[in-house]
Design a protein around this ligand. Structure first.
Ligand SMILES: NC(=O)c1ccc[n+]([C@@H]2O[C@H](COP(=O)([O-])OP(=O)(O)OC[C@H]3O[C@@H](n4cnc5c(N)ncnc54)[C@H](OP(=O)(O)O)[C@@H]3O)[C@@H](O)[C@H]2O)c1
Length: 279
């Protein structure tokens, strides 16, 4: 396969390395490609600037994994709507082989607070907040583009180098919400990259998949487990800690049924591996 990763950052770089290791040719597009590893051909381009079409290589697989880089409505609209429009238009205009699969990396942030209930691909997205609205618009653009496409909604990504939670627990700064469990949903970076690769080649994928590990976990349970691994202080209960949390349990049943299996089926395996590696 010849693959383009548009927005080749934390997950995209791991994906590119995995694809290259298996003999695929990989291009990584970002504004500053200087830190990409040598096996990924860097393309210096801004998804939001004119002239994108001429920068697109002749690929048959495309992954859109750009992030907003800010939390304002404008930042979300720019990357998840305008950037998506630009790359879809560029792919249609450019010469070269047809794109056989486009994977749009979205987020489980499209769901609102479900009070801890299970959500899956059939659950309606939350149209009350701009983040889910713009992500949903990007998903729809891709799915209605005429290019064979699928959407992967990732949970919170953690893994090598993303050690903020471990640091907070180690410093005794992780606070347990006080009023019942607040469920959290995660995926290790390497499994996120493997899931994208799986969807790039899966025959007849469904339009949408949730990319989360097997075990939604109450935040406090995560903090206590990590504190145990790190020999850190027991996390304290703070009633304010539950504010602005989206409480839901995301199901990975569809992704698993498609034949995908996890290297890190829960936060336990993932964080233990990180700690063993010195995080
Ligand atoms: N982080 C999470 O926990 C999480 C959870 C759910 C879903 N997601 C989604 O998963 C995807 C990948 O996340 P990630 O953690 O790998 O993100 P990331 O490390 O921030 O990588 C995204 C890349 O996009 C590039 N980019 C941003 N704006 C661009 C533009 N205008 N033109 C070209 N490239 C641009 C950035 O590189 P340059 O700055 O060099 O351009 C960056 O390296 C994103 O769609 C994100 O929304 C993330």
């Amino acid at each position: 396969m010849k693959a383009l990763i548009a927005g080749c950052g934390y997950v995209g770089t791991e994906l590119g390395v995995q694809l290259a290791r298996e003999g695929h040719q990989v291009w990584g597009l970002k504004r500053d490609p200087s830190t990409l590893p040598p096996e990924i051909h860097g393309i210096q381009a801004d998804l939001l600037a004119p002239g994108l079409t001429s920068r697109l290589p002749p690929v048959d697989g495309v992954v859109y994994a750009a992030s907003a880089g800010g939390s304002s409505p404008d930042a979300y609209q720019a990357i998840y709507v305008e950037g998506v429009k630009a790359i879809l238009a560029g792919l249609k205009e450019r010469e070269g082989p047809p794109v056989r699969r486009f994977v749009f990396v979205s987020s489980t942030g499209v769901y609102g607070d479900s009070g801890g209930a299970w959500v899956d691909e059939e659950t309606p997205i939350d149209d009350q907040n701009f983040r889910s609205r713009f992500l949903g618009q990007g998903e729809a653009l891709v799915l209605e583009s005429g290019i064979p496409a699928t959407v992967l909604r990732l949970g919170g990504i953690y893994g090598p180098g993303r050690t903020r939670l471990l640091e907070r627990v180690r410093e005794g700064q992780a606070r347990c919400p006080g009023d019942g469990p607040i469920w959290s949903n995660r995926i290790h970076r390497d499994d996120a990259a493997r899931a994208i690769q799986h969807l790039l080649t899966l025959p007849a994928p469904k339009p949408i998949y949730l990319g989360v590990d097997d075990e939604p976990a109450p935040l406090c349970q995560v903090y206590r487990t990590l504190a145990g691994y790190l020999d850190a202080p027991e996390p304290v209960i703070d009633p304010d800690a539950s504010r602005r949390r989206s409480n839901k349990r995301c199901s990975n049943r569809r992704l698993r049924a498609s034949g995908f299996s996890f290297t890190y089926p829960s936060f336990r395996e993932g964080y233990r591996a990180m700690i063993a590696d010195g995080a």
